[in-house]
Design a binder for this molecule. Sequence first.
Ligand SMILES: *[C@@H]1O[C@H](CO)[C@@H](O)[C@H](O)[C@H]1NC(C)=O
Ligand SMILES: *[C@@H]1O[C@H](CO)[C@@H](O)[C@H](O)[C@H]1NC(C)=O
Ligand SMILES: *[C@@H]1O[C@H](CO)[C@@H](O)[C@H](O)[C@H]1NC(C)=O
Ligand SMILES: *[C@@H]1O[C@H](CO)[C@@H](O)[C@H](O)[C@H]1NC(C)=O
Ligand SMILES: *[C@@H]1O[C@H](CO)[C@@H](O)[C@H](O)[C@H]1NC(C)=O
Ligand SMILES: *[C@@H]1O[C@H](CO)[C@@H](O)[C@H](O)[C@H]1NC(C)=O
Ligand SMILES: *[C@@H]1O[C@H](CO)[C@@H](O)[C@H](O)[C@H]1NC(C)=O
Ligand SMILES: *[C@@H]1O[C@H](CO)[C@@H](O)[C@H](O)[C@H]1NC(C)=O
Ligand SMILES: *[C@@H]1O[C@H](CO)[C@@H](O)[C@H](O)[C@H]1NC(C)=O
Ligand SMILES: *[C@@H]1O[C@H](CO)[C@@H](O)[C@H](O)[C@H]1NC(C)=O
Ligand SMILES: *[C@@H]1O[C@H](CO)[C@@H](O)[C@H](O)[C@H]1NC(C)=O
Length: 769
Amino acid sequence: MLSSAMLALVGLVTLATATPVAPAVPRALPQALPGTGPIYPRQSNATAPCAQASAAYYQNNAGVVFVPNIDAKLAYDCLKSVPLNVSSAKTLLKALPPFLEWQSTIKGLKNPPPEYAAKVQPPIDILGGIEQIAADIDAGKYTGEYDFGFDLYNLITSSHDGHFNYIPDSVGIIFAFGRPVPLVSVSEDGQKLPSVFAFNDVLGLQFKNISYTPSPVTQIDGMDIEEFVENWAQYGSLQDRDALYNNVFYSLAQVSIGSLGSGTGSFTGGGRGRFIYPGPTTTLTFANGTNYTMSNYARVLTPLKNVETGEDLAKKFFYGSSDSALVQDKVVGTSSQSPTTATVGYPKPIVPGPGNLINGFYLSGSGYNDVAVLQVPNFVASGAYEVGFQNTTKQFLAKAVADGKKKLIIDVQANGGGTILQGYDMFKQLFPSLDPYGAYRIRATDEIDLIGQAFSEYGSKVPRALSNNGTVQTVQMSVFDYETDMQVDEKPFTSWDDKFGGPIWVVVDWFTKTARWNLSDVYIENQGGIDITGYGPLANASSNAPPFAPENIVLLTDGYCASTCTIFSELITKQGGVKTIALGGRRNENPIQAIGGVKGVNNYAFSFINLFARLALQYAPTRNLAAYNASKLPDLAYPPNVVFNRATGSPGVNFRDGLPMNDSGVALQFIYEEADCRLYWTPEMVTDASATWKAAADAQWGNSGKCIGGKAYDRRRASQATTSLKSSGLRAKTMSSSEADKHIAAFHDTFSLETDCSNDFKSDGFMNP
Ligand SMILES: *[C@@H]1O[C@H](CO)[C@@H](O)[C@H](O)[C@H]1NC(C)=O
Ligand SMILES: *[C@@H]1O[C@H](CO)[C@@H](O)[C@H](O)[C@H]1NC(C)=O
Ligand SMILES: *[C@@H]1O[C@H](CO)[C@@H](O)[C@H](O)[C@H]1NC(C)=O
Ligand SMILES: *[C@@H]1O[C@H](CO)[C@@H](O)[C@H](O)[C@H]1NC(C)=O
Ligand SMILES: *[C@@H]1O[C@H](CO)[C@@H](O)[C@H](O)[C@H]1NC(C)=O
Ligand SMILES: *[C@@H]1O[C@H](CO)[C@@H](O)[C@H](O)[C@H]1NC(C)=O
Ligand SMILES: *[C@@H]1O[C@H](CO)[C@@H](O)[C@H](O)[C@H]1NC(C)=O
Ligand SMILES: *[C@@H]1O[C@H](CO)[C@@H](O)[C@H](O)[C@H]1NC(C)=O
Ligand SMILES: *[C@@H]1O[C@H](CO)[C@@H](O)[C@H](O)[C@H]1NC(C)=O
Ligand SMILES: *[C@@H]1O[C@H](CO)[C@@H](O)[C@H](O)[C@H]1NC(C)=O
Ligand SMILES: *[C@@H]1O[C@H](CO)[C@@H](O)[C@H](O)[C@H]1NC(C)=O
């Protein structure tokens, strides 16, 4: 939660305490936007930025946390005052490459296919970048720890692969940055080009009879709005630029998954936006000539007790040290919210799933009574949620069919993935008779070969059985035991050498043979916590009737579909024949992609790689020990501590490339695929999920379907831009003003939502937001 001071600042309704300081702010402005002004009174006379940050955090109540947010600039100055620890930095850079080489696209990123380089992201040489940073340290380019940390962070993030991350301590553990004013990009009627608006204006227009005319944002900090948003969007982890653009803004679907999502958008510090310093203030320039300046903030993630200098900060919290005496303090001030945050903008589900991670709805109203909606903003289904997640789909599909629903919208907005096998299961529930393809390959390196030899030899000495002990299961369940998985033609691999494949040179790199999950394998329920519909104990479900015809299903995305979401999407579109609708995108009339997040099909944490390397050295065939010792396995098994303890959260790579059926050697990650339909967001759609679903139903099945650039698209309207939302005739909904205040307050509550995955609520096919 935010402090009461901060809540007042973001109040459209409660505007009494805010004192605007920007000279040009007209009187009308505080009705629409939070005021500016100091976020805290400074209490300390110490001048070092970290001492000031500490004093600001504790206010006059030393030791008791109650101001989670301090001035962004103060936090930034504090970080910038930490001197570079050269030996630690050099040790880290030397130890990282053996782990980074597990990234399946490490060569492809350097030499991507031309279409990817032209339309998606430029080439990036990760290993060369690491060498460059090391050379820059030697050349004395870095004086501070933060500049080094940020360059390293930015290098890995430039891969635009949500599975690939290394977030150094200086970037991720002390502060998370943010701006207090969420934005949206909307078209007034769904046909005119969209413009960027303050979300508060959209709320005011729909819930209050506001007196002023909301005006679009034309510049931010003096830069053209589109240029600013597209540049800021690039800090995100998605690859697709329209998906990245959407991720800058407030999103109901992201908010619906609480701190597991990117919240109110990267502009406000959601998702990867939290790692980027936004400057001390941000100025919005509106088309009506008004300027509005907001104070940016930093959320304090680690208590700054007794921190006076940058050196103090580093000694306490960087290089792997962490002052455990301070952990207690952390609880009070942070705003971590569980995924069960009450949802704003959604109707009450007909079949609610666990933790708000999956929900079933019906649409109502003339023309929509036969439409069901399965909202799947995540595939994270760990622990108690595993069976519940699968069960929700099962219960909902059965109920929808029984209730006479003929059409199904599968809404995967905000879906960063989760448990891989939940994606396969959902596909099988929808298409019981189809055999999911879902092929993958991994890099064929010496280390992977050696682990495979050790594991395959050890694993094959014991039958595959759930009664085996944990170590045997870890070995036998991994891809390094050749008996795990099958060939693309469903035949078994005959040996590790067969699976390793030669290896095979494909386009830019050496890879193993293409493989597929064996969903009948005895270990499947240990891999995903569930039996897969149609396999093993649930084998007879393959003869179930499909609940919906493919032409009566549509996949709805906002481009933020990654990891397990892309596995599921690939299966239902390519094999199931389901069409896609993509929402939002940049300010143009071009087609956009539906799937904009990582299409790699498995992330591996560094800790997982480390475990496999240790086990491989332990189970290495004695005849071949010298080769194991001479490889990089010892570097992976016994790396210097800094690799782990200088990272925020869990660093990791994308380990398996996903491949389409009849692949040409190019991984799905690098393949550009347009959605079947594009829709702009309207003001109603960004505040009411039902409005989005109705627009999708209209586009897919109705007569009024107007996909951008499609047959019914009104080209006359399209050449016009949205200049004012009021001109479309939008009026506040009919409701009492106290009811309207309640609605607005519910939205404002979500403004304090922050991305926080520190509780590690994720899985083998999950992209870090
Ligand atoms: C400023 O700090 C010094 C040394 O820590 C202290 O002696 C002095 O009383 C402080 N002054 C004020 C006004 O708090
Ligand atoms: C530099 O980092 C190392 C850990 O890599 C640590 O042991 C050492 O104390 C640090 N040096 C300073 C001056 O903090
Ligand atoms: C200009 O537009 C902004 C943003 O919609 C609004 O807050 C402000 O009241 C408008 N100013 C005038 C003078 O209409
Ligand atoms: C608003 O900000 C822009 C960009 O910084 C500046 O060019 C313009 O003069 C400002 N307008 C007013 C009314 O202050
Ligand atoms: C599955 O869902 C049904 C209906 O909601 C419920 O009765 C049942 O207990 C659930 N089973 C599990 C294992 O969650
Ligand atoms: C696990 O089982 C294997 C094979 O049966 C055996 O060699 C090993 O000692 C067992 N490990 C433990 C910890 O029980
Ligand atoms: C898949 O696993 C099942 C169960 O262990 C096994 O019977 C089958 O042979 C495996 N299929 C392949 C192609 O390896
Ligand atoms: C499938 O198997 C389950 C569990 O054994 C059983 O309850 C169910 O009736 C079977 N369904 C069909 C269609 O045979
Ligand atoms: C491999 O390395 C281990 C640990 O350093 C050592 O004990 C062993 O003798 C080495 N084996 C060979 C064959 O080099
Ligand atoms: C892949 O190739 C097979 C055999 O030529 C063909 O039957 C199938 O339709 C192809 N699938 C796709 C998605 O191209
Ligand atoms: C806005 O005005 C309309 C028409 O006067 C009225 O029906 C509606 O209830 C008002 N809405 C609010 C939230 O005041």
